[in-house]
Design a protein around this ligand. Structure first.
Ligand code: 0WK
Ligand code: BGC
Ligand code: BGC
Length: 923
């Protein structure tokens, strides 16, 4: 058992040397002694000042205030809850740094049954000095060697071992299993570790060792292990205190008070790292010359000043420095010193604890001083005990001032007048020193009278606590693996996207040739984009998107639009065709009345956003409804006739329906009016589709070989022939089966706004059934179809939203969730929308490459007119589409133009062109 104080300090030879000058007289001696011991006296006021200053630094660090640099670090530990006691399993725990020059390996079994404890098995290994001061790799290889030596001796199943790494040094944690060492403390100073992720270093060492495959799932500070190892009792253990070779504390802080965390609910365990507290104003008056000497001769001068007044690595050294001073002053040992007494680290904490022990004290003092080559007199023994008491009392008082600061911080953050809390204590100074804990507790009550504190000694040095955290980390890691497995099919790589692009090109070619294809490539009879000479007033209808709009479009040198939005109730959209078209005419009449157009028969352009086989500009046979529409007696009908019949049914209404266009065509025309290079129309809204200007020569069934015509691809149906099966997931299948048109519009059902929310909902249900989300509790609300709107994806994925706002959106949905749940829901949304955008990008890449090849161009510059709520409102959709197009069609420079006025304007422009062309043929 290595003794505290050994590591980091040097040993000396035994010959006595005594001062030549005369020894001081009794009064002078006692003055010298008093003056010396007085230095270790800390007044209540000084303790309160240290408490206040430390509290100030803690709150400053929590607020993330960088300058002046706070005296303590307040490091978040990713431990968000104290143990539920439900954790279970077998875990390996590796403890490094808590007990100085030794590391400990434990095998901990958690039963998950309250009060049912299985005694951990453990083994301690002494770390050679040269390893503590050598290369980091050597230290971690030593640790990995000890691990396998321990496991070799354990009669246990050694598959799937999960390890919790108790690493007791200041670290920046970025996850339960990711932690970067800030700086060594306590006699350690291995090279090549500071600034590194110590979990990775351990994983590499275990891999190099190659004896066992061990999954390091959590890294924990020893104070956290101590707190988490505390038996759940009347009071939750929310503070962990360690005084061993070093000292530190942790406590459960309100997450909203921790600026670096983007959390507003729940708690997080903060490692205070009070060892580095060094507010000269507060500490200056209590620092003695001995403290300065000790610090000066330490491995890390100027650092960890507070720790060097409390930690077990230093108490023995402080006592030695005082004894050596008093000996040189002739007050002790007859003015004689010994090489051992003058050797750094020769007095260990054990020595101090034993010498102070009221029962064995005097005899032990004698023995220990003789071991140091001294021959103490009776008065020497008593004086040495006074020195030990002075040093340790101060240490306990200072530790109490720091703990009182933590309790005050806890009280503030809980906004409680009085605080009831349990503090788990650990470390050999607490366990072995006869008076340390009683002085500590007494001083805390003095400094924090409004806190009712119970102290619970840790039973196994925190091993169980580390296993608890490891169990939580293992559960979260398992959840993360299940989440990754679930989302993996949504993560499309370049080859998969290129395959979709190639598939689409093949389907386009077949569709253009009039062969069976999931892409119907419908001629739209729109041959020209506006040339700016169009003039007149036009009515336009825009049906098929989120809103039904009636528009008055005045085309002069520019375009003025007046429009009104009308709703299409689901009963009408899924009622009879007559009812639907009568409703449309009602809206037109209402609009005309409001606009004072009643009785006027303006040319009308009808944006009808459903697949129609057009026989002319004003003739479109509806092939099938999509997007939740299902009005009867319409499919197979010419919808322009249906509209005209409805107009006829409504007496005294004159309307001249000139053109029917698809919303993609309307959008292309609308944007083409501003940018003549716009030859593609793209909709990503409730539904999705695209059109583009194709060469007449490539279009079977359309007369003429020169010139171009706009083709409505109806790409929503891409893959209805099974050509997308390799990408379709079980969640896509669930959404399709539950839709009113199963087996249809498969591409649309992977991309568009009507379906993304449903895909997410099905994934959340699946993850809940796996116990990954909502603690496995099936949430009633989530069983409701369409409860998870696609607009939530756009809101949740907005960069400006903190996780807490994501949680707020989901809680409004009635989903009781933790931050981990919210994070997972966010990742599900990201995966689903990313796939949608990439598939859409692969489609656009197929179209622009088709146009480039049509025109035999090396390079093509083209614009795409885009509309649709999802494309416009989702924070990342448009950039992901553009990135995918750049990746799959590098020889095309594609500009995406968001349509401002919707496709209603486009329909009016198509009508205006038709009227202009009709005008030309009439003259
Ligand atoms: C606005 C256009 C309309 C199109 C709609 C699509 O004016 O023709 O159908 O965008 O987007 P959604 O409203 O379905 O999101
Ligand atoms: C370290 C802390 C640790 C404490 C107790 C200090 O030196 O910086 O991380 O908790 O010692 O072991
Ligand atoms: C329709 C298309 C329309 C697209 C976007 C699809 O469901 O079939 O005609 O362009 O939605 O609104």
């Amino acid at each position: 058992m290595d003794s505290i104080g050994s590591s980091g300090l040097r040993q000396g030879e035994e010959a006595l040397s005594c001062s030549e000058e005369g020894l001081p007289g009794p009064s002078e001696s006692s003055e010298l002694v008093q003056e010396c011991l007085q230095q270790f006296k800390v007044t209540r006021a000084q303790l309160q000042q240290i408490q206040a200053s430390l509290l100030g630094s803690m709150e400053q660090a929590l607020r993330g205030q960088a300058s002046p640099a706070p005296a303590v670090r307040m490091l978040p530990t990713y431990v968000g809850s104290t143990p539920h006691g439900t954790e279970q399993g077998d875990f390996v725990v590796l403890e490094l740094g808590a007990t100085g020059a030794s590391l400990r390996v434990l095998w901990v079994t958690l039963t998950g049954i309250e009060g049912h404890r299985v005694e951990p098995r453990s083994q301690e290994f002494v770390i050679p000095q040269e390893v503590m001061l050598g290369a980091g790799q050597q230290l971690f290889d030593f640790a990995a060697h000890c691990l396998s030596e321990f496991l070799d001796a354990q009669p246990v199943n050694k598959q799937g071992l999960q390890l919790g790494f108790s690493f007791s040094f200041p670290c920046h944690q970025t996850g339960l299993d990711r932690s970067t060492l800030i700086s060594w403390t306590k006699g350690f100073r291995c090279s090549g570790v500071e600034g590194q992720d110590v979990v990775q270093l351990l994983r590499d060492a275990i891999r190099r060792q190659g004896a066992y495959s061990i999954d390091v799932v959590a890294v924990v500070n020893d104070t956290v292990g101590t707190m988490m190892g505390c038996e759940p009792g009347v009071r939750p253990c929310e503070v962990g205190l360690v005084v061993d070779t070093g000292t530190n504390a942790c406590y459960m802080e309100e997450a909203r008070h921790v600026a670096v965390l983007d959390e507003d609910r729940g708690r997080v365990c903060i490692s205070v790292e009070w060892g580095s507290f060094s507010d000269d104003g507060a500490l200056g008056p209590v620092l003695t010359t001995f403290d300065h000497t000790l610090d000066h001769e330490s491995l890390n001068p100027g650092a960890q000043r507070f720790e060097k007044m409390i930690g077990g690595l230093y108490l023995g050294e402080l006592v030695r420095l005082v004894l050596a001073h008093l000996a040189r002053c002739g007050v002790l040992f007859g003015g004689c010193t010994s090489p051992a007494l003058l050797s750094q680290g020769s007095i260990l904490l054990e020595h101090v604890a034993e010498m102070e022990d009221p029962s064995t004290g005097a005899a032990r003092v004698h023995a220990i001083l003789q071991d140091l080559g001294l021959s103490p007199g009776a008065s020497d023994v008593e004086l040495v005990q006074h020195v030990c008491a002075a040093v340790c009392t101060r240490a306990a008082q200072l530790c109490a001032a720091a703990l009182a600061a933590v309790l005050s911080c806890l009280q503030h953050s809980r906004e409680q007048q009085t605080l009831q809390v349990a503090v788990a204590t650990g470390g050999r100074v607490c366990e072995r020193h006869p008076r340390f804990c009683s002085v500590l507790q007494g001083t805390v009550m003095l400094l924090a009278p409004e806190c009712d504190v119970s102290f619970i000694p840790s039973v196994d040095g925190g091993g169980r606590g580390v296993a608890m955290v490891t169990a939580v980390a293992a559960r979260l890691a398992a959840h993360r693996r299940l989440l990754e497995q679930t989302l993996a099919p949504f993560r499309l790589n370049h080859d998969q996207l290129a395959a979709v692009q190639a598939q689409m090109r093949k389907a386009m070619a077949k569709g253009l040739r009039g062969e069976a294809s999931s892409l119907r490539m419908l001629p739209t009879f729109v041959r020209a984009t506006p040339d700016g000479s169009e003039r007149g007033d036009f009515l336009a209808l825009d049906l098929g998107g989120t809103n039904f709009r009636v528009l008055l479009v005045r085309v002069t040198t520019g375009v003025q639009i007046t429009s009104e939005i009308y709703s299409i109730p689901e009963t009408v959209a899924q009622g009879s065709g007559q009812q639907l078209f009568d409703h449309i005419v009602d809206c037109i009449v209402d609009f005309q009345q409001k606009q004072g157009l009643s009785g006027q028969s303006l040319p009308l352009g009808f944006t009808f956003s459903f697949p129609c086989r057009q026989l002319g500009l004003d003739q479109g046979i509806l092939l099938n409804w999509t997007k939740g529409f299902k009005a009867s007696d319409c499919e197979g009908q010419d919808v322009v006739s249906l509209l005209r019949e409805a107009i006829t049914r409504r007496q005294a209404v004159e309307l001249n329906v000139v053109a029917i266009v698809n919303d993609t065509v309307g959008t292309m025309m609308s944007c083409g009016y501003e940018d003549p290079r716009c030859e593609i129309g793209l909709i990503v809204g409730t539904g999705t589709n695209a059109c583009y200007m194709e060469e007449l020569r490539n279009m079977a069934g359309v007369p003429g070989d020169s010139g171009r015509m706009c083709i409505n691809m109806e790409w929503g149906a891409f893959g209805d022939d099974g050509s997308l099966a390799m990408l379709s997931t079980r969640f896509d299948a669930s959404v399709d089966q539950a839709s009113i048109n199963p087996g249809k519009q498969r591409f649309e059902k992977m991309i568009s706004g009507m379906y993304l929310g449903e895909i997410v909902r099905h994934i959340l249900l699946h993850l809940t059934s796996l116990g990954v989300l909502f603690r496995g509790q099936q949430i009633q609300r989530l069983q409701t179809r369409d409860i998870f709107k696609t607009k939530f994806l756009s809101e949740i994925e907005s960069d400006s939203l903190a996780l807490r706002q994501v949680r707020a959106i989901l809680e409004d949905l009635g989903l009781p969730l933790t931050s981990d749940d919210a994070l997972m829901v966010l990742e599900v949304c990201q995966a689903v929308s990313q796939r949608a955008a990439q598939l859409c990008g692969a489609g656009v890449a197929a179209v622009v490459e088709k146009i480039r090849e049509n025109r035999g161009l090396e390079e093509l510059a083209v614009s795409v007119g885009v509309d649709g709520t999802l494309y416009k409102l989702h924070p990342h959709f448009s950039s992901l589409v553009a990135a995918t197009v750049r990746e799959l069609a590098p020889r095309c420079v594609v500009t995406f133009l968001q349509s401002e006025d919707g496709s209603g304007k486009g329909a009016a422009l198509v009508t205006a062109v038709a009227c202009r062309l009709a005008q030309l043929t009439r003259v």
